[in-house]
Design a protein around this ligand. Structure first.
Ligand code: ADP
Ligand code: MG
Length: 545
């Protein structure tokens, strides 16, 4: 239940975080959503978040009678006495964030609990209630902040451009998406989806959504030290192996007892020290590490979770982080990431199937289609490769496929020989939509053809780097092979149709560059098969009279 802290207790709690930019607003609203047990959090903003920013969640919501306290300082449901401080597990507990944001903006909060029939919406301007109403909405809370700092125009002058403010919000969301992988995060900037994690609980899956599957698959497990003294901090998470470096420390994501903390102070330097000799100057790793410590070692009153960690024993923690990172790097265990390749199928008109009528899929790897000659049994992967290669070559002749910006850029480690070969193709690859440059022992890919997922980009470029002098056809084939549907993937009727249509459009015989694609069953052949079957069931001489 939301209530107001007594003045004495409120006075003893350190002042709240300054709300200095949209990213600070996003952080407070995300933390409130997490405290409310949300499984899905959406952050949407326009123009860098100063004109409009909304955080919606599917958490437990706020009861209608509590919501009116929202603009009031020290209104919290998480703490009522100082004694509780030691046991508190939530992110916020001072009850100042919402009031501070409401004071400097036009804030609308809409919330519904599971037992309420409707949601209550409250609108505030500069912290004053303007309007309250009931409306239909799902269980959860949505907070919309408009015209941030309209009450204090001097604050607006300290803001950066919309792009930089939006980037800061995305960085905050990215951090929580990695540290709390069991919650699905979605970020929409000016109507564009820029981040979406599944909330499946796997850090590696969240990493794949953010940094690409190649990086996620290469990351090394950091496991708690088995021989650590009882009560020592336990460090667990993932680190990039040497070679997957970034230019800044923005890839270091830390949490303390599963609460996000900023990677400031000694800890990032300690992690990098563990790479001793493996990082060039100016290179930084990607790391997602959780540090589990005795709650008594966290200075709760002084704690400002997102401003860095204030620990009563920081060097104790730093030593544990160093040891765990060092041990992981020495062992270098990485795993392959079994991510399904999303079959992307450009639309093709059914007329293009040249009289082939797709019937459906058989045995998970064949597409059956009826054609004039008979029943075509089509190898789905072979046909998709052939069709895509031809379509890609047609796009290449027309100037090249459309390119997408990979954000974040993808890094692909390569040995020297492959690196040299790929760099020799850099100009040729531009027409294919790839922008690559040397980076660490490998390349960094900033642009790629629009249809490719990060994992497919990695596959295509690896294949191209394996060829000493790839022809245009070979490059098209490498991209086609990286994107084509695998055998064993279930296909819808529409997907079968798209593959058959592309195949028919490209078809030059029943083969693709990777081998035979179609086997035919004609009525005549079926007649023969039927006869053979009859003989097998009733061999001559045993037929009963
Ligand atoms: P604190 O998080 O420190 O308690 P806030 O000002 O951030 O203070 O939030 C005040 C109170 O509003 C919280 O204690 C909580 O009860 C309620 N609240 C805020 N956001 C949400 C949300 N998304 N879902 C449910 N309750 C919320
Ligand atoms: Mg809060």
């Amino acid at each position: 239940m939301l209530h107001i802290l007594e003045a004495e207790l409120a006075g003893q709690l350190a002042a709240g975080e300054a709300i200095d930019r949209p990213a600070a607003v996003a952080r407070e609203l995300i933390e409130n959503a997490l405290d409310a047990g949300a499984r899905r959090i959406t952050i949407a903003l326009q123009a860098g978040g100063t004109s409009w920013l909304r955080v919606s969640d599917d958490g437990h919501g706020i009861a209608a009678d509590g919501i009116v306290l929202v603009g009031t300082r020290h209104a919290t449901s998480k703490l009522s006495s100082l004694d509780e401080l030691a046991t508190i597990a939530t992110h916020g507990f001072r009850g100042v964030a919402l009031a501070s944001i409401a004071a400097v903006s036009r804030l609308t909060i809409s919330s519904r609990t599971a037992d309420a029939a409707a949601a209550t919406e409250l609108r505030l301007a500069g912290g004053t209630i303007q309007h309250r109403r009931m409306h239909a909405a799902p269980v959860g809370t949505s907070v919309t902040v408009e015209q941030l700092f309209y009450t204090m125009p001097q604050r607006r002058r300290f803001l950066h451009g919309a792009g930089a403010e939006a980037a800061a919000v995305i960085a905050v969301a990215t951090h929580y998406a990695l540290v709390v992988p069991q919650v699905a995060f979605c970020v929409v900037v000016d109507g564009r989806h820029v981040l979406a994690t599944s909330g499946c609980g796997q850090v590696r899956a969240a990493l794949a959504a953010i940094y690409g599957a190649t990086v996620a698959g290469a990351m090394i497990d950091v496991a708690p030290d088995q021989h650590a003294a009882p009560g020592a901090p336990r460090v667990r998470g993932l680190l990039t192996p040497p070679g997957y470096n970034r230019r800044g420390r923005d890839g270091i994501h830390l949490s303390l007892n599963r609460h996000a903390v900023a990677a400031r102070g000694r800890l990032p330097a300690v992690i990098e020290a563990a790479y001793r000799g493996l990082l060039a100057p100016g290179e930084h790793p990607i790391a997602v590490l959780d540090i589990a410590i005795d709650p008594a070692d966290v200075d709760r009153l002084g704690r400002t979770m997102h401003r860095g960690i204030r620990l009563q024993a920081e060097s104790f923690v730093a030593a544990a982080v160093f040891r765990a990172s060092r041990a992981a790097l020495a062992e270098r265990r990485s795993v392959a990431l079994p991510l399904p390749a999303a079959p992307t199928a450009p639309a093709v008109s059914p007329a293009a199937t040249a009289g082939w009528r797709p019937i459906g899929q058989y045995a998970g790897r064949f597409i059956l289609a009826e054609a004039e000659q008979g029943l075509a049994i089509i190898d789905q992967r072979g046909a998709d490769i052939g069709g895509r290669q031809a379509a890609l070559l047609a796009q290449w002749r027309a100037g090249g496929p459309a390119a997408q910006l990979l954000s974040p850029a993808l890094t692909l480690p390569l040995d020297e020989r492959r690196l040299a070969r790929l760099l020799a193709q850099a100009t040729a690859l531009q027409r294919w939509g790839f922008a690559i440059a040397e980076f660490g022992p490998g390349v960094i890919v900033r642009h790629a053809p629009t249809e490719l997922t990060p994992i497919q980009v990695g596959r295509a470029l690896s294949a191209i780097s394996g060829d000493a002098e790839p022809t245009t056809e070979a490059i098209a084939l490498a991209i086609a092979e990286a994107t084509a549907v695998e055998a064993g993937i279930a296909l819808s009727h529409a997907e079968c149709g798209a593959i058959v249509a592309r195949w028919c459009a490209s078809r030059n015989g029943d083969h693709s560059p990777v081998g035979p694609v179609v086997a035919w069953l004609t009525p005549a052949r079926l007649g023969v098969l039927m006869q053979q079957e009859a003989v097998r069931q009733h061999p001559v001489g045993t037929a009963s009279a």
